[in-house]
Design a protein. Structure first.
Ligand SMILES: NC(=O)c1ccc[n+]([C@@H]2O[C@H](COP(=O)([O-])OP(=O)(O)OC[C@H]3O[C@@H](n4cnc5c(N)ncnc54)[C@H](O)[C@@H]3O)[C@@H](O)[C@H]2O)c1
Length: 323
């Protein structure tokens, strides 16, 4: 019988790419999503779709009774700025929603492996020079990162005390087809749309600030690798956490130049005052994922940006023909 995976947030940008990966590997895929930011058009045709909110008893019942081998948990409030404006809303979905699912896994008595989508980009803060290793100190800049870190403590606790099989993947700034402008790598979506509109690309500050941009297809492969890897000890923060990035620092200046090159568009670049509270540098050390998950990123920034721009250009062409 095919292995069974539940992908929460599977109508979203990364979750739908994760669902595609498991389907391609022959798994039976169920998606749970409330479509709050996800889109029906992202849902793979051969997945089963359940519309629902992870904070509800119905979602808990689905997990408890579903006999899933793997739970890829991506459903979340993903907007860092919104978490600053409304930390209670962020914590309700990102902490309590996750706890609801973990309690359901515990109640099921089924050996489900939970793979949690955490963040590397919003976790480590700015105190040590990049790339950050999993064991680096954590100093989240926003409630969004605090919620992700809180969940990681719960994952460790459920592993230690209740024997649950949990993994945390700490993503860099994920970009790729289907992304929207609100995520941690929203700048790529914003720039693609601006290039298509022939408008200037706005860079805040001097553009030297760096991020670790990782392609969504590589992140989906990391989820699959984490689903199937034999993993060591559970129950300690960081023990089952893996950075998923490229280890490469890319500046906003390099990002905007590369996007202009691959798109062939000629939009000018304009500079605006730096935004308060932005990290100066960020990149993730991914040697642990390589050693224990056998995972390395495969898509270069140039190829990934070209694929992403093509997606936005095709989508634009489709909506214009439907007008
Ligand atoms: N995009 C990035 O750069 C990045 C970086 C680090 C971590 N992550 C994490 O990866 C995951 C996926 O992010 P994404 O960029 O694909 O965002 P997304 O908004 O495209 O996907 C999130 C999905 O979750 C669904 N959802 C939200 N709240 C829900 C709820 N209460 N119940 C059910 N469904 C709900 C949304 O409808 C959406 O389909 C998130 O957990 C996010 O925090 C993303």
């Amino acid at each position: 019988m095919a292995q069974r995976v539940l992908v929460t947030g599977g109508a979203g940008f990364i979750g739908s790419t994760v669902a595609d990966r498991f389907l391609a590997e022959g798994w039976d895929v169920t998606i749970l999503d409330d479509l709050s930011s996800g889109r029906e058009e992202n849902l793979p045709a051969s997945a089963r779709f359940v519309r629902g909110d992870i904070t509800t008893p119905d979602a808990a019942a689905l997990v408890r009774d579903g006999r899933f081998d793997v739970l890829c948990h991506l459903a979340a409030q993903i907007d860092v700025r919104r978490s600053v404006l409304d930390p209670v809303y962020d914590a309700t979905r990102n902490i309590l929603g996750t706890l609801n699912l973990l309690e359901a896994v515990r109640a099921s008595g089924h050996p489900t492996r939970t793979i949690f989508s955490s963040t590397g980009g919003a976790l480590y803060g700015d105190f040590d020079p990049p790339p950050s290793a999993e064991s680096n100190s954590k100093d989240p800049e926003a409630p969004y990162g605090i919620a992700k870190l809180s969940v990681e403590y719960y994952l460790a606790y459920y592993g230690r005390v209740h024997g649950l099989d949990n993994v945390a993947l700490r993503y860099g700034n994920v970009y790729g087809p289907r992304q929207d402008p609100h995520g941690e790598a929203g700048v790529v979506a914003i720039f693609c749309n601006r290039l298509l509109d022939g408008r200037a690309l706005t860079v805040f500050g001097d553009g030297a600030q760096t991020r670790d941009y990782v392609f969504s297809g590589d992140v989906a492969r990391a989820n699959f690798a984490a689903a199937t890897a034999a993993l060591p000890e559970r129950g300690r923060l960081d023990a089952r956490a893996f950075n998923i990035g490229t280890s490469i620092e890319t500046s906003v200046n390099t990002l905007s130049e590369t996007l202009r090159e691959v798109s062939g568009a000629t939009s000018p670049i304009e500079y605006a005052p730096a935004r308060a509270g932005e990290l100066a540098r960020s990149a993730l050390d991914t040697r642990k994922a390589q050693a224990l998950l056998g995972w390395t990123p495969q898509v270069t920034l140039r190829d990934g940006l070209a694929q992403t721009f093509r997606y936005f250009a095709d989508r634009r062409a489709r909506t214009e023909t439907h007008r």
